[in-house]
Write a protein that binds this ligand. Structure first.
Ligand SMILES: Nc1ncnc2c1ncn2[C@@H]1O[C@H](COP(=O)(O)OP(=O)(O)OP(=O)(O)O)[C@@H](O)[C@H]1O
Ligand SMILES: O=P(O)(O)OC[C@H]1O[C@H](OP(=O)(O)OP(=O)(O)O)[C@H](O)[C@@H]1O
Length: 232
């Protein structure tokens, strides 16, 4: 083990997981099959790389990193914007791309104080405030596209990737709110105390991402990192 100790990385289970794993392998990490397999193990140690992986729900990655349960994490920009945790955003990994958009029925007519259903209340509230529009945000945890079809809401703010879910439910994308990719994030204290180890992993990942082109490099450990929390 290095003098700075083992690095713990919070990995999002689900959609992002395999993209993140592929990227780590492309960066030259030798990872055990155990990590890729469909196992119920939530903590996987990789002594050969001096790394530990925590497998958590995507929305919980920023929480684990903010509180120091993990030094690093991989999280979608959508989750980072919604959770607004006190963590550093080091690198745009350019994986699991999608967008967060406003959508509705094609015949949608403006109404006063429309209802907007979403899994992303903070982002939706902020975006409508910036547009100078008053809305009532209704929080849902899934199947958000049902809301305009059932009268639960006038419009939705949700993730769009292929557009299939919107199409199959007769909805149209009205406006893109933000593009989303997954980011490498760091705990603030770890970023200082384990800088050499974080630097090394960051550089290996950045090389792969930049090699693929279109890299939105956030500056990394030696540059200007983005502090994701609006309040901190
Ligand atoms: N088509 C997509 N739909 C939803 N998220 C997507 C899509 N494409 C990429 N993503 C990214 O994947 C993340 C969500 O991953 P996933 O669907 O596995 O988690 P989840 O929504 O928390 O699911 P669950 O609640 O079922 O565990 C989003 O935060 C986003 O950054
Ligand atoms: O544009 P598409 O490629 O169709 O992808 C977008 C859909 O995928 C996600 O839903 P998910 O599958 O996570 O289910 P959910 O309704 O439980 O959120 C998202 O909330 C959209 O509904």
């Amino acid at each position: 083990m290095g003098i700075e100790g083992r690095l713990t990385v919070a990995m999002p289970k689900g959609r992002i997981f395999s993209d993140a794993l592929t990227l780590l392998e492309e960066a030259g990490l030798n990872l055990p099959r155990e990590l890729a397999e469909d196992s119920r193990k939530l903590m996987v140690e990789v002594p050969a790389e001096d790394l530990s992986f925590l497998l958590v729900k995507p929305v919980d990655v920023p929480t684990c990193v903010e509180h120091g349960a993990a030094d690093l994490g991989v999280a979608g920009k959508d989750v980072l914007m919604e959770e607004d945790r006190d963590v550093y955003e080091l690198l745009d990994l350019q994986i699991s791309p999608c967008r967060l958009s406003l959508a509705g029925t094609p015949d949608w007519q403006p109404v006063l104080n429309p209802k907007v259903a979403t899994k992303y209340p903070r982002i939706a509230n902020r975006w409508f405030r910036e547009q100078g529009q008053q809305v009532e945000v209704i929080c849902l945890n899934g199947s958000v596209e049902l809301a305009p079809l059932t009268g639960l809401a006038d419009r939705i703010v949700d993730i769009v990737s292929t557009g299939q879910t919107l199409r199959e439910n007769g909805l149209v994308e009205l406006e893109e709110i933000t593009r989303v990719t997954s980011r490498l994030i760091a705990n603030r204290a770890s970023y200082r105390l384990k800088s050499r180890r974080i630097d090394r992993l960051y550089e290996r990942l950045a090389r792969v991402v930049m090699g693929k082109g279109d890299c939105d490099d956030r500056g990394g450990p030696s540059g200007a990192v983005v502090h994701t929390s609006e309040s901190g």
